[in-house]
Design a protein around this ligand. Structure first.
Ligand SMILES: Nc1ncnc2c1ncn2[C@@H]1O[C@H](COP(=O)(O)OP(=O)(O)OP(=O)(O)O)[C@@H](O)[C@H]1O
Ligand SMILES: [Mg+2]
Length: 506
């Protein structure tokens, strides 16, 4: 490999949050012109390190050089000059401002400090066009608060793709994107690298993507560098997973705990017997969602979202014809759906999933409280909460910590945990493994399979075809305009058919 002076050089970085020691002498170096995959299990410290580089956290000790200068202290931060650009894992857009304002504000501030509507729109259109020209034309005037999670992710990325950055920090930018959008993002990254010698630090738990885009990888484990700048060609997936280590092979004790946690009886279990299939129909597409089935939804977000909103009582109006036991099914809202035995895990973790101001225990018990509509004894809640933490190997200080102290993937596990004890007759999941590391993904698959084996019908929307192929008996595919195009069954569920039916290459 070419010997160059690193653009970023981090040595012996140490960072703790109170008693939690996260980085324990971590080293990483990034060269100009490379895509550097930054890998590690959930809670390993990737986002923490990115926030240290981008000045959102202070390191306790260690040296950090960027472009030949020490970072931190009183000097002007490269983030403020635009030399370092960052896309954080949890998006940081202002919902009451327009797309144009969100993209342009930071840059206008740098140039003149004067806000111009026209200039903002031009900047925003240019930036968004890099990833999605059509979205650029239609979205600049819209309020960010009205966008879907998926659209917000595109806006956040566009904001970072401005001119002038030498280092781009991308903390799971593709977690909410379809394969097609990810492909466009990668094309932009490659172009910027060839034109400007940009360096990219890229966090993702999607192995295939990492191999598509990254040149080298650094793996963090137990707060230290487990693998330092290995070329990706020189390391196998298996080795990567082994180096990430962390939760260890799924151990039998945890499996037993998971069984116990799932089998906890609740009122809902008796009230929402499994058994009757749900029939969903639109034009000539018909799908039976029977007990124990794991049904995948694939394609651009519009189609799956519309069906999910209909199934979970979010949509007031729907084109879908949904019946159970011959009668139309329609709920007045998500709580009514929950009480009728329909579980829902939103893909928009930050806005529609995690209750940010409430401790972990309340987050774990939220669905049960809504369904049972009674006061559940505190002791019972604590016991169940603790057994869920153990079963899912959720690393949290205590049940009274706030979710903001948990890593992104760990927050996702909390959302899944919410429904495990309730045995809904239908569980609707939007990207439930978003941001979840490879090992933990397998644990979540196993948990969902167990629920299905007990009779819960599962509807699973994923933008990752591999996941749908691994998990689903049947997949309903949608085209780019959101129309259902095909129902694939059993051996038909493969990546080629999914790409054909959705109009989106994998
Ligand atoms: N503000 C905070 N207060 C307390 N603890 C925190 C805080 N932020 C992060 N942590 C802890 O630091 C550890 C590392 O978290 P971090 O978010 O950096 O992990 P990560 O590698 O990005 O994981 P993921 O893949 O799930 O995103 C976790 O144990 C987390 O609970
Ligand atoms: Mg993270």
């Amino acid at each position: 490999m070419k010997q160059q002076r690193p653009l970023l050089l981090a040595r012996s970085i140490v960072k703790s949050f109170g008693p939690t020691s996260v980085l324990k002498g971590f080293d990483l170096s990034i060269a100009a012109g490379e895509v550097h995959a930054f890998l590690g299990g959930n809670g390993a410290g990737k986002s923490t390190f990115i926030k240290i580089i981008s000045g959102q956290h202070e390191r306790d000790s260690g040296t950090l050089e960027f472009d030949g200068r020490e970072l931190g202290g009183s000097s002007v931060s490269p983030v403020d000059t635009g030399a370092i650009a960052v896309v954080n894992q949890e998006l940081a857009l202002l919902p009451h401002l327009s797309v144009a304002e969100n993209i342009a504000m930071p840059r206008l501030h740098r140039a003149t400090g004067i806000y111009s509507e026209r200039a903002s729109r031009a900047i925003a259109v240019e930036a968004l066009s890099l990833i999605d020209p059509q979205f650029a034309r239609t979205s600049v005037g819209r309020l960010v608060g009205d966008l879907t999670l998926h659209e917000r992710q595109l806006v956040e990325i566009a904001r970072s793709l401005g001119s002038g950055a030498k280092l781009l920090l991308l903390d799971e930018p593709t977690a909410n994107l379809t394969a097609a959008e990810t492909g466009r993002l990668f094309a932009v990254i490659r172009r910027l690298i060839s034109e400007t010698n940009l360096a990219v630090l890229f966090v993702s738990h999607r192995m295939r993507e990492i191999r598509q885009i990254a040149d080298v990888c650094t793996i963090i484990r137990d707060g230290k560098t487990a693998v330092d700048r290995s070329p990706l060609d020189a390391i196998t997936d298996r080795e990567i997973v082994d180096f990430m280590g962390q939760s260890g092979e799924p151990d039998q004790r945890a499996e037993a705990q998971a069984d116990e946690a799932i089998h906890v009886r609740s009122a809902a279990e008796t009230e929402s017997p499994v058994g009757d299939p749900i029939i969903v129909k639109l034009d000539d597409i018909q799908l039976e969602i029977g007990p124990g089935a794991v049904i995948g939804l694939a394609g651009a977000p519009t189609g799956p979202s519309a069906l999910i909103e209909a199934l979970t009582g979010i949509a007031g109006k729907t084109q879908w014809d949904i019946k159970r036991k011959g009668a139309f099914v329609k709920y007045s809202g998500p709580s009514a759906a929950a009480r009728a035995g329909v579980g829902y895990i939103s893909g928009d973790r930050a806005n529609k999933g995690i209750l940010a101001t409430l401790p972990i225990i309340d987050n774990l018990m939220a669905a049960r409280r809504v369904i049972e509509r009674r006061r559940i004894a505190r002791n019972e809640e604590i016991k169940q909460g603790q057994s869920l933490l153990d079963a899912l190997k959720i690393r949290a200080g205590s049940l009274w910590d706030l979710p903001s102290t948990l890593s992104g993937g760990t927050q996702q596990k909390i959302l899944v945990a919410r429904w495990l004890t309730l045995k809904p007759h239908l569980l609707v999941l939007e990207e439930p493994t978003r941001g979840v590391d490879i090992r933990t993904k397998r644990e979540i698959y196993a948990l969902i399979r167990k629920l299905a084996a007990q009779g819960t019908a599962v509807v699973w929307w994923s933008t990752e075809y591999v996941e749908l192929v691994e998990l689903c008996d049947t997949v309903l595919a949608f085209d780019l305009s959101g129309n259902p195009t095909a129902v694939l069954r059993h051996s038909e569920v493969n990546e080629t058919n999914l790409a054909d039916a959705t109009g989106m290459a994998a």
